[in-house]
Design a protein around this ligand. Sequence first.
Ligand code: URA
Length: 256
Amino acid sequence: MPLIRLDRFISERTEYTRSTIKELAKKGKISVDGVVQKSSDMKIDPENSEVKIGGRLISSQRYRYILLNKPEGYVCSTDDKDGETVMKLVPEEWRTKNMFPAGRLDKDSLGALLITDDGELAHRMLSPASHVPKIYIVKLDRPFQSKYIDIFKNGVVLPTGELCLPARLRPVENCDKLAFVELHEGKYHQIKRMFGAVGNSVEQLARVSVGGLILPEKLAIGQCMELLHKDVENLFSDPDFDLICRNFSGFFRHFQ
Ligand code: URA
């Protein structure tokens, strides 16, 4: 196993940045195999070294977190019985045995999708109790009506009788068929069914954020980027809905 720098080992497995790690090392808070290390650029064996920060053991297990800007036409699954899966879009050198898409976007949807082998994080993120907010931009078949805003705010009742949690809705200025939606849950085809319940229908849909993790503008459709542990923690912070609506109002150029 090749040796790697101590600061890299820690930053790949914890929320600490390299500069914080340097400071912690200087303060004598980091030990490797029981010996305090004041310099964070030393090399260690990532599989067999016992690294502790302030007494906390840093697991040698390194999870992978990939953010994909999902294109249309791929299913969010590891099983290709229903068509090509998003796993095909992850570069081979980033793939690990237990990786899976954490969450679902429909085959015809675009946008932010986390792919990981960290089952515990995925569970935490997808658990109904966590209510991680997700923001989408949708293109409607018919013009947006302002009455939708209160209907979504009060909780849409789906034709099945299911009640949706309150959702934020905002039309895109000067585009009468585009709107942003913020959901705190993930029912099957939820946005399509919500607009169906108010007599409209969704032509295209893209997810622009998951919690505080926002789709970077530079990440082209179909491309992946690897996330660091500290980026992943953003999943559990709240997004700024107003800022996202402002920044993504041009996203519709990706819609046909
Ligand atoms: N709601 C939908 O209807 N489809 C998606 O892909 C995501 C949310």
